[in-house]
Write a protein that binds this ligand. Structure first.
Ligand code: PXL
Length: 277
């Protein structure tokens, strides 16, 4: 079996079960060698904690990438999540078009910047504009509905029908030439799901909607999707594997009201490993 190396670019939230503290263990469990490029270091994530520290690592990126290029290092996939600044996005795009990409390397972008109708604290329209450029060069983009609306300047709705989702996907597809994996698509109160859109074809995987969703599930979903995809599953199968795993993570977390800051992805890693391998 050939061994794949994935570079993931996102923040280190030291506490809070998101970004790199989620991506690294999940990708490793999927049998992938993982290299990291931290976009920023925060004491916690920004979704519910207050007074967190934030160190932006944008200015470190060019020298790190240059060193890797000098060493002849290559990646089979680059997967980006929460990024630290608008300027950083152009450095990430430089990496994606550099010799660090092995032949056929996949570019997977989770435009982690918004949820529930709002941008995360610290992001603005200038960031959204840059993120749009990154999405346009990706092979796979994984927005939730809020992120898709910001990227397309389309009205965000909590209740919608299939026509709305088709319109949103059409707007995204006007600049996202890769596969779009739209998460959190729910047409009724008891189910939700993910739409995989490619070349005008839509596949919808519907699954149970659990009460009290937790923070960080977007990062769990994207990491599991990348883990499955780089192991050779196609986009629809990877979307399903990631959805089933994320549901299991929420199931084991939801009874613990003190665990609002993230989802317990660790106890159910075994199910992901079985699904992926
Ligand atoms: O889970 C997305 C995420 C990642 N990183 C940081 C965040 C968030 C969401 O709030 O604040 C720092």
């Amino acid at each position: 079996m050939d061994f794949k190396r994935v570079l993931t670019i996102q923040d280190i939230s030291c506490v809070g079960q998101c970004s790199l503290t989620v991506a690294l263990p999940i990708l490793s469990a999927c049998g992938l060698e993982t290299a990291i490029l931290p976009s920023a270091v925060l004491s916690t994530h920004t979704g519910g904690f207050t007074g967190y520290t934030f160190r932006d690592l944008t200015d470190d990126i060019p020298a790190i990438a240059a060193h890797w290029e000098k060493e002849g290092i290559g990646f089979d996939a680059v997967y980006t999540g929460y990024l630290g600044s608008s300027k950083q996005i152009s450095y990430v795009m430089d990496i994606m078009s550099s010799s660090l990409m092995n032949a056929g390397a996949l570019k997977i972008v989770d435009p982690a910047m918004a949820d529930n109708g709002s941008l995360y604290y610290g992001f603005n329209n200038a960031f959204v504009k840059e993120m749009k450029k990154l999405c346009s060069v990706a092979d796979f983009v994984l927005p939730n509905i809020t992120e898709a609306c910001f990227l397309t300047d389309y009205e965000y709705k909590e209740v919608y029908d299939e026509a709305y989702i088709k319109e949103l996907l059409g707007k995204l597809a006007s600049f996202c030439k890769g596969t779009i994996v739209l998460t959190g698509v729910s047409y009724d109160s008891s189910s939700t799901g993910v739409v995989v859109y490619h070349d005008g074809k839509m596949d919808y995987y519907r699954h149970v909607k659990l009460e009290g969703g937790c923070h960080g599930t977007g990062d769990i979903y994207a990491s599991a999707f990348v883990g499955a995809l780089v192991n050779g599953h196609d986009a629809v199968a990877s979307a399903k594997i990631a959805a089933d795993y994320t549901v299991k993570c929420i199931e084991v977390t939801q009874s613990d009201k003190d665990h609002w800051y993230g989802a317990r992805f660790e106890p159910v890693l075994g199910s992901l490993i079985s699904a992926v391998r």
